[in-house]
Design a protein around this ligand. Structure first.
Ligand SMILES: [Fe+2]
Ligand SMILES: [Fe+2]
Length: 324
């Protein structure tokens, strides 16, 4: 059997159980939060008063904190790229709607609120050059991305498992920092987004667990391949006016490192948690290549930690066009 036929069969098998996953890890639209629940209501008399309070509490947020929020917002707003990427994965076909297309659409619909909410908050905060931010968003969608998964569902679900965990960590830490700065509103905003990301992570991790049950060697090789290539962030093509692709993203990730909202150590800890979640150390029924992949993966966290120990914290020396 060719590789893609195995993939298709596995995808069909998981599809049969997707309704359970959706019921567990997605929320009903009507019952869940919308961005407007967490922002001043422009139809109300006290709107301007609330905006004033929002601006006052945003005034004290450190430069790096704002930079990270802008980068997070742009990343979230590039959602069209992510949906179109997932729709193109082997076994998912929007012209032949199935539980998979339903999953992708519902996931997209939940995610879409993240960018909406953060964007409106930042607009009202008065801390951001909105035009510069919007230019970056348009560039990021126009430039697209390459997360090195191809159309392979195995590689894509490693990627999404990893990525949802990474966004959970960064939004959660931003929430904690906002709380420490006395900004309860922003803390709540980042907190609700973080909890969405965790639900999504659980769903994607469950897809990978199921694949391991059916095709352990294939899944192990895909996991190894993704980790050898390194998981790139979805906004790795992020750019500002007049700045080369790659540079803005690296400044954004420097700000996140300094602030401690997403660091090299988090990357390694996520890998560790996935090794545990998928019980990689105890995986059986692997061929020789699969066993070598397992050994590589099990040794990887320690190797990465040794490298991370030698890496210095980047210093503050960059002015984003985004920040007023
Ligand atoms: Fe998100
Ligand atoms: Fe997400």
């Amino acid at each position: 059997m060719v590789l893609s036929d195995v993939r298709l069969e596995v995808m069909r098998y998981i599809e049969g159980k997707l309704d359970v996953v959706m019921a567990e890890f997605l929320k009903p639209v009507e019952e869940y939060w919308q961005p407007s629940d967490l922002l001043p209501d422009a139809t109300q008399e006290n709107f301007l008063e609330e905006v004033k309070l929002l601006r006052e509490s945003a005034r004290e947020l450190p430069y790096d904190h704002i930079a990270v929020l802008v980068g997070d917002t742009i990343t979230e707003e590039a959602l069209p790229t992510y949906e179109s990427w997932l729709m193109d994965v082997t076994g998912i076909n929007q012209h032949d709607p199935s539980a998979w297309t339903k999953w992708v659409r519902n996931w997209t619909a939940e995610e879409n609120r993240h960018g909406d909410l953060l964007n409106k908050y930042l607009y009202l905060s008065g801390r951001v050059n909105m035009r510069a931010m919007e230019v970056s968003t348009q560039y990021l969608i126009a430039d697209g991305f390459d997360i090195q998964t191809g159309r392979d569902p195995y590689r894509n679900f490693v990627y999404t498992s990893f990525q949802e965990l990474a966004t959970n960590i960064s939004h959660r830490r931003t929430a904690t920092l906002a709380k420490q700065a006395g900004n309860a509103q922003l803390s709540k905003i980042c907190g609700v987004i973080a909890s969405d990301e965790m639900r999504h992570a659980k769903a994607y991790k469950s897809f990978v667990s199921q694949i391991f049950e059916i095709d352990p060697t294939g899944m192990m090789l895909a996991f190894e391949d993704m980790m050898r290539k390194k998981i790139v962030m979805p906004a790795h093509f992020l750019r500002e006016t007049g700045v080369q692709i790659g540079q803005t993203f690296s400044h954004f990730s420097d700000a996140a490192q300094r602030l401690g909202v997403y660091t090299t150590h988090d990357y390694i800890n996520i890998l560790d948690s996935l090794l545990t979640e998928w019980q990689i150390a105890y995986m059986e029924d692997l061929n020789d290549a699969g066993q070598r992949a397992r050994d590589y993966l099990m040794a990887l966290p320690d190797r990465l930690r040794r490298v991370a120990e030698r890496t210095k914290l980047p210093e503050l020396d960059y002015q984003f066009t985004w920040i007023a």
